[in-house]
Structures are given as structure tokens and as C-alpha cells.
Write a protein that binds this ligand. Structure first.
Ligand code: MSP
Length: 644
């Protein structure tokens, strides 16, 4: 069997940050895991280099666009090389072979009648490289995805008949419930499609930094829309539309396209529609991860709080960074990078649970058996523990197949808990004193076997660290050993354990300067000055009671499609029907975490519309530099209980 794993291709308008590293680490982990299982694996990453955004960034930098793209693309490639990312191909959308494949695809869709020429009039967000109908804009002007101002575009354009694929897409989602991972993200895509798909403008004439249309169409003022160009990288990398399509035959359809949640729509709607038009099979999974913040704050260049993955890796080690990112955040949810959380993970999981276990058996085997470890009595004395650890190992593959690296690591760590627990219970040092040497040595050998199996299973996440553990245990990290010790559940042959220095020295202090504290901007400061002082602004008690505050229970919670901030809630206020409240809390609460919890509601606000959705109230919340939290009653209160 073959496996094909991809990352998004990264825009070359800035250098790699922690979010890019996250996707790349997950993809690398899955690719390494599949190779270890003996699967023939193709792992693709690369850079997305066309479009208005890149053209404008190059202009700002005062460089020719290609030179600018070359430089930034190289910074990505060099970083991945330095991080040991095991990609099989690094594609650039400015590669000639890619452009040729894209033109072939365009021509095929055109000849089929899926692309036609028309006139585009609408709003374009250069930052997201996306078109939006007026109805979706925030305040009639701003991009619903990133909040930036959009520009009105009116130009001749070729359109892709996306509307033709609405039903087919819906059928596909229905019959392939695992297409979008985590499954909880599927609804937002399905609802978007159900809301109606408009044909998609797939060419631009207002700038020239893009793939020209195929010469057969003979319309040189058009270049291709950057997302059509970019998405096709997943097949052009395998030779689509070029002379040799053997990789295409071997690896297409892709097993997993890893993406961030912000680009799920492009991958789960446009991409399958393009593929249907090209009569190619669809990828098996689109797996969307959440966003990383730093110390609870959104990262941005202007705040100066962007986490640079190279700086973190230089300070703490790239494998510690990989472990932290994959373990810390449930795949699909947003995650926060803080040095405190990072250090806690390294000290507790790696240094205590894993590192100490290895040190202990090196120490014990040195004392009891001159470092020789023999598995001959493990089954006799530790059958129960062997069964328990095999049961854990049997669950692990499914966490990779469903792209849940956090669960994979969480379960893997149960092996160390079994190892540490067994030593504590069996007390081999007492057994040695009581003359039960075989039993004591069987415990040491059990733990050596645990570490050997765990090293193999950890190697996709921490390849070098796992190799060091494997070296100490005289095994190699390869498919045969994986098959023997993990799949067939075999035990180690007799060997002499190597005394190695501790792999994870405890980290006492943060090794990097802390993120700059969020400073109120100067405008905010001057606004503060103009605010009346509190004592000048006293109100009568009656004025307070003009506001009706009530306790409510959240009975339904959903994301507002295309909004980064808004959630739509149904809140029971003890009235006939729950109230619909639209709240800007999505960055801080998932819909699931709110269900059946209580909130405090301003219940007599005039209804307002947020992104076209009526909101009949407001939630009380407190927000500071650490983020936002809802104000809730200390104990459950009946829905509708007045506050005051
Ligand atoms: N070029 C497009 C992808 C085309 S794929 C055919 C693109 N590039 S990007 O460089 O802007 O983003 C690449 C990936 O980085 C996206 O998956 C995005 O979700 C991810 N991230 C960008 N900022 C992020 C965080 N702060 N946290 C996590 N991931 C983030 O989109």
C-alpha cells in the first residue's frame, strides 16, 4: 500500500512561524510512522508563490518578484532541512513543471465546459486571496475571515462552474463521513455548501504575477487565480499533466491533506470540485488543525509576539518542540504557546516519565546483572503487564489514521506508566535482597521491552531521541524491528544495555525572553484620558436596574460560518423559547465547552444583527491581556434568575 501526505504550500510573503511548523511536524510524523510500518510513502511540502499578495510584498521589499519568492522559499526549505523534515518533494508553484500541469488542468476544465468567460464584480480580500459577495462582508466592507478591508473588483474573468458541483459535493460528504477531520468540522463545510455555491472567478487581469492561461485559449491578459494554481500542486507534484505520470498512478488520491482551519473551505469545497471536474479521485481526508496563539494572544507582526520556531528549537531542541506541539493541543482545537506550558511538558512527560525510567533500568541492570538484560522470564512474572501494554499498543494506529497525534502520545505514555508502576509494585531491589534474582531481572527486562517498543513508536515524533534510546537498547529503528517488536509483539533478545547520559535534563528557567506584554496602543491611551473618572460618572441605583441581567443556560452552541470571532448560542432564560445570542467569544470557547453551562445575560438589549444573524442579548465577560472569560454564577441557578 502507498501513502500520500501533504502540508499546505506556504505563502512566500513572510518567513515560517510556529503555525507553519506545527502542520509540518504533524505531516512529518505521519509520514515517518507510515514508512516505519513499511508503507511506501510520499510526503509533499513546498511554497505558494503567485498572486497579488506576493506581488505586493515583493514591491514593498523593493525586489523583483521572482527574486523575492526565491529568497523566502529558500528560508522555508532551509528551515525544514535544519529541522530534519523528511519530505520527498518540496514543490514551488513557480516550477515550470507545476505551471505546465496547471495549464493542462485548466484546459481540460475549459474544454469540458466547466470554465466559461464572464465579468466579475465583487469584493476581493488580498490578504486571504479570496472573493466575497457583499452579503458576507462585515459592515459592508471588511473581510469576514480576517477583518481586513476588501477592494471592489470589476474585471473580465473566467469562471469555474462551482454551482454545478453543489449536489455532488453534498452527496460526497454524506457518503464519506471521514472526509473532513476532525468530524466536528464537517458541519461548517456542509452548511456553507447548503447555503448555495456561486461560480468561482478563476482568473485575474489586474496583475500579472500568476500562471498564464494555456496558449490554446489565447487570452494573454489573464493569469490564474492563485488558489486554483496552488491547490493543483497536490497533483502536479506527482507529475499530473507532465510526461511521466507514474507517481500519480502510485500515490493519487492523497491520504491526508493537512491544513489549518482557515483554509479548510478551499480544500473541502473548491478542491474536490476541481478534482471532480478533472475526473480524478478525491483525497481520502482533509484534516484541519486549529490556530496557535502566544500566551493567550493572537500572534501578529505588529505586536512583535510571533513565535519563531527556529528560536524555540535553538533554545529547547527541535524534538522537544515537536513533542510539545503535538501533545499539548487536541488536534483541531486552538492551542497556546507559553514557555511555562512548554517547560512543564518537557520536565514532566519527557524528563520524569520517560527519562527517569530509562535511567532507572540502566542503574538497576548495572547493579544486578552487569548491564545484561534478558527477557527469558518476562512472560512468567509479568504476563499481566505484557497484556496491558499490548492492549495499549493495539489502539495506537487508529490515532494516526484519524489524525489525533495528541491522543497517540497520550496513550503511548501509558506504557511508561505501566513501566514505572511495575517497578514501584515489584520492588526489584527487595527481591534482589531476598534472593529472588530471576524475578527482579524479569522486571528490569519488562521495562527494557517497554522502552524498546516505545522508542519505535515515539520515533515518528522524536526521531533522534528515539534513536538514542534504541541505540542504548541495541535495536534499530526500522520496519523489520517495528514488525517484530510492535506488530508481532516479540521481546528483546539478550543484550547489554549502554550507559548513556540523561536524555532530558530538567529545564529550570525559561530559556527565551518572554513575549512583549500587550501594550494598550496610544489611541487607546488618549481615549482613556478623555474618559470621565469613575467618581465623576456615578449613577443612581435605579439606572443600574434599567439593565435587566439574568442567569441563562446554554442549550445550543454553534460556530458562525466564516467568522473568526462569533458563536451562535441558544440560551434558556426561563422564557417560552431560548434566546438566540451571537457572542464574540469563539477564540476563547469552543461550542462544545459551552453546552449546558451557565452564563450571565443582558436580557433587555435591543436586538441587533451580527453578520446577518439576529442577536437577542449579550453575555457578560471579562477580558484582559490573558484573554477573555465569561462571568458565570458561582453555583447553578435556575434559568432566568435575575441578577442584581
Ligand atoms: N498558501 C496557502 C495554502 C495553499 S495550500 C494549497 C496558505 N498559506 S499560509 O502560509 O498563509 O498558511 C499556511 C498554513 O499555516 C495554513 O494551514 C494556516 O492555517 C497555517 N497557519 C497560519 N497561521 C497559523 C497559526 N497562528 N497557527 C496555526 N496555523 C496557522 O494559506
Amino acid at each position: 500500500m502507498s501513502k500520500y501526505i501533504t502540508t499546505p504550500i506556504y505563502y512566500v510573503n513572510g518567513e515560517a512561524h510556529i503555525g507553519h511548523a506545527y502542520t509540518t511536524f504533524i505531516a512529518d510524523t505521519i509520514a515517518r510512522y507510515e514508512r516505519l510500518k513499511g508503507e511506501e510513502t510520499f510526503f509533499l511540502t513546498g511554497t505558494d508563490e503567485h498572486g497579488q499578495k506576493i506581488e505586493e510584498s515583493a514591491k514593498k521589499a523593493g525586489k523583483p518578484t521572482q527574486e523575492f519568492a526565491d529568497e523566502i522559499s529558500a528560508t522555508f526549505k532551509n528551515l525544514w532541512d535544519e529541522f530534519g523534515i523528511s519530505y520527498d518533494k518540496f514543490i514551488r508553484t513557480t516550477d515550470e513543471a507545476h505551471k505546465q500541469g496547471v495549464q493542462k488542468a485548466f484546459l481540460k476544465m475549459f474544454e469540458k465546459g466547466d470554465i466559461y468567460k464572464g465579468e466579475y464584480e465583487g469584493h476581493y480580500c488580498v490578504s486571504c486571496e479570496a472573493f466575497f459577495p457583499e452579503t458576507q462582508l462585515v459592515d459592508g466592507e471588511f473581510c469576514p475571515d480576517c477583518g481586513r478591508s476588501t477592494t471592489v473588483v470589476q474585471e473580465e474573468s473566467y469562471f469555474f462552474k462551482l454551482s454545478n458541483y453543489e449536489q455532488k459535493l453534498l452527496e460526497y460528504y454524506e457518503t464519506h463521513p471521514d472526509f473532513i477531520l476532525p468530524k466536528s468540522r464537517a458541519n461548517e463545510v456542509i452548511n456553507f455548501v447548503k447555503g448555495g455555491l456561486r461560480d468561482l472567478s478563476v482568473t485575474r487581469t489586474s496583475f500579472s504575477w500568476g500562471v498564464p492561461l494555456p496558449k490554446e485559449i489565447n487570452d494573454p491578459k489573464h493569469v490564474m487565480y492563485v488558489w486554483l494554481d496552488a491547490l493543483l500542486n497536490y497533483v502536479t507534484a506527482l507529475g499530473y499533466g507532465q510526461d511521466d505520470e507514474s507517481l500519480m498512478e502510485k500515490f493519487w488520491p492523497a491520504d491526508i491533506h493537512l491544513v489549518g482551519k482557515d483554509i479548510l473551505r478551499f480544500h473541502a469545497i473548491y478542491w474536490p470540485a476541481f478534482l471532480m471536474s478533472l475526473e480524478l479521485p478525491l483525497p481520502k481526508h482533509i484534516a484541519a488543525h486549529g490556530w496557535w496563539t502566544r500566551d493567550g494572544e493572537k500572534m501578529s507582526k505588529s505586536k512583535g509576539n510571533v513565535v519563531n520556531p527556529k528560536e524555540v528549537a535553538d533554545a529547547y531542541g527541535v524534538e522537544n518542540l515537536r513533542y510539545f506541539m503535538l501533545r499539548e493541543v487536541p488536534f483541531g482545537q486552538d492551542g497556546d504557546f507559553s514557555q511555562r506550558a512548554f517547560i512543564d511538558r518537557i520536565n514532566s512527560d519527557l524528563s520524569n516519565d520517560l527519562g527517569n525510567l530509562l535511567n532507572r533500568i540502566i542503574g538497576m541492570s548495572g547493579k544486578y546483572s552487569d548491564f545484561v538484560i534478558d527477557s527469558k522470564d518476562v512472560t512468567t512474572y509479568h504476563k499481566e503487564q505484557l497484556d496491558a501494554l499490548n492492549a495499549v499498543i493495539d489502539t495506537l494506529d487508529s490515532f494516526i489514521q484519524t489524525v489525533q497525534p495528541h491522543r497517540y502520545l497520550e496513550e503511548l505514555w501509558k506504557l511508561f506508566a505501566i513501566g514505572n508502576g511495575t517497578i514501584q509494585e515489584a520492588e526489584p531491589w527487595v527481591k534482589m535482597k531476598n534472593g529472588q534474582k530471576d524475578e527482579a531481572l524479569a522486571t528490569v527486562a519488562l521495562v527494557a521491552n517497554i522502552l524498546a517498543k516505545a522508542a519505535l513508536l515515539l520515533s515518528p515524533v522524536m526521531p533522534n531521541t528515539a534513536r538514542k534510546i534504541a541505540d542504548a537498547l541495541s535495536i534499530s529503528i526500522d520496519s523489520q524491528t517495528f514488525e517484530r517488536l510492535v506488530v508481532q509483539k516479540g521481546l528483546l533478545e539478550t543484550f547489554t544495555i549502554e550507559k548513556i547520559p540523561p536524555l532530558f535534563p530538567k529545564i529550570e528557567e525559561p530559556l527565551l525572553p518572554e513575549a512583549p506584554q500587550a501594550q494598550p496602543n496610544t489611541q487607546a491611551k488618549s481615549e482613556q484620558k478623555e474618559q470621565p473618572k469613575e467618581e465623576d460618572n456615578l449613577i443612581e441605583i435605579g439606572q443600574f436596574f434599567e439593565t435587566s441581567l439574568k442567569v441563562g443556560t446554554v442549550v445550543e452552541a454553534q460556530e458562525v460560518p466564516k467568522s473568526k470571532k462569533l458563536l451562535k448560542l441558544q440560551v434558556d432564560l426561563g422564557e417560552e423559547e431560548p434566546r438566540q445570542i451571537v457572542a464574540g467569544i469563539k477564540e476563547f470557547y469552543s461550542p462544545e465547552s459551552l453546552l449546558n453551562t451557565q452564563v450571565c445575560v443582558v436580557a433587555n438589549l435591543k436586538p441587533a444583527k451580527l453578520m446577518g444573524i439576529v442577536s437577542q442579548g449579550m453575555l457578560l465577560a471579562a477580558k484582559d491581556a490573558d484573554g477573555l472569560c465569561l462571568i458565570r454564577p458561582e453555583k447553578p441557578k435556575q434559568a432566568g434568575t435575575p441578577i442584581g
